[in-house]
Design a protein around this ligand. Structure first.
Ligand code: CUA
Length: 329
């Protein structure tokens, strides 16, 4: 049986290749910007591989030649060409290639394009779809985009530096308190992708993600119209009990549910939380059981989160709250 050390190289190559696909891979691009970055990656890697191979060949040659085979002049030429001219030319070509990409990334989106404001907070995402001439639509921890249209993200932070990154669609961009950064994104195929925070921002940094869906334009517009509407909760007695509890327990001091008295602005907008793909910024699946879990054990699930855990509530009340929130589609 081969020793574990021998298995390491093929295993790492297999793991590396496996990591190339999926909803969160910069090497499986689904956006114009990510495609350019992937090209840059492969050109840089290819050039590095060629240079490495050339160095290995030279080293082997140097070990095996009978010396003195070169004249002093010949040896100097080899060193100057191989050690100075070749790397300078190669690096200059690669640098020009990568610098030439910058204007594309900085190009503003055409007038009338979709603009989405995203604010990083410890540890979730406040998302606002800015609609010219109409009221912005606020939601949280989920982003949907129309296929094939350039979109501008306006990125900010309310507390510390976060970094907004959807590897499949574009490069990352820092979210800096007191500053607004812009990121252009143009999705090239429909599907489900994942975004993450790419800058250490405190205890629960690794628990700060969001699902992203790229849809056909009509489907996207229907979704956005729906998000703009006030909450329409289920009329079931359990959900109605949950709605009363939500108000009585003071949840509305931090959360907004449009169409109710809850208008807090500290935490995520919950108007259509039941219709989202995931809970707690991509932490849990969106089921009634997970709602209960999240409300009762917030601190365990997301250490240092600003929302206090409500584990002291009897399980019947937790179930009612979960039923109400889950019905906010
Ligand atoms: Cu936000 Cu890391």
């Amino acid at each position: 049986m081969p020793s574990p050390a021998r298995l390491l190289p093929p295993l790492s190559i297999a793991l590396f290749l496996l990591a190339c696909e999926g909803p969160q891979s910069a090497l499986d691009p689904a956006g114009r910007e990510a495609e350019r970055i992937a090209h840059l990656f492969w050109w840089m890697s290819g050039a590095a591989a060629i240079l490495w191979l050339a160095m290995v060949v030279l080293a082997v040659y140097a070990i095996h030649i009978e010396r003195p085979k070169h004249t002093r002049r010949g040896a100097t030429t080899l060193i100057v060409m191989g050690g100075f001219v070749l790397p300078t030319v190669l690096l200059a070509v690669l640098l020009s290639y990568s610098l030439a990409m910058i204007p594309d990334f900085l190009e503003p989106v055409p007038a009338g394009s979709l603009r989405v404001s995203v604010v990083g907070e410890q540890w979730w995402w406040r998302v606002r779809y800015l609609r010219p001439g109409r009221e912005a639509v606020e939601l949280a921890n989920e982003i949907r985009l129309p296929l094939g249209e350039p979109v501008e993200f306006q990125l900010e932070s309310r507390d510390v530096i976060h970094s907004f990154w959807i590897p499949s669609l574009a490069g990352k961009s820092d979210m800096i308190p007191g500053r607004r950064t812009r990121l252009r994104v143009e999705p090239l195929r429909t599907g489900f992708f994942k975004g993450v925070c790419a800058e250490y921002c405190g205890t629960s940094h690794a628990l700060m993600g969001f699902p992203l869906v790229v849809q056909e334009k009509e489907e996207f517009e229907r979704w956005l119209e729906r998000q703009a509407e006030p909450a329409a909760a289920s009329e079931s007695p359990l959900a109605a009990e949950g709605r009363d509890l939500f108000v009585e327990s003071g949840c509305g001091a931090c959360h907004t549910i449009r169409g109710t008295t809850a208008d807090g602005a500290l935490g995520p907008d919950l108007t259509h939380v039941g219709g989202r793909l995931r809970l707690g910024a991509d932490l849990l699946p969106n089921t009634t059981a997970d709602f209960e879990l999240w409300i009762a054990r917030t601190e365990e699930l997301k250490p240092n989160a600003h929302m206090p855990p409500f584990g002291m509530l009897p399980s019947s009340e937790l179930r009612a709250l979960a039923s109400y929130l889950g019905s906010l589609k």
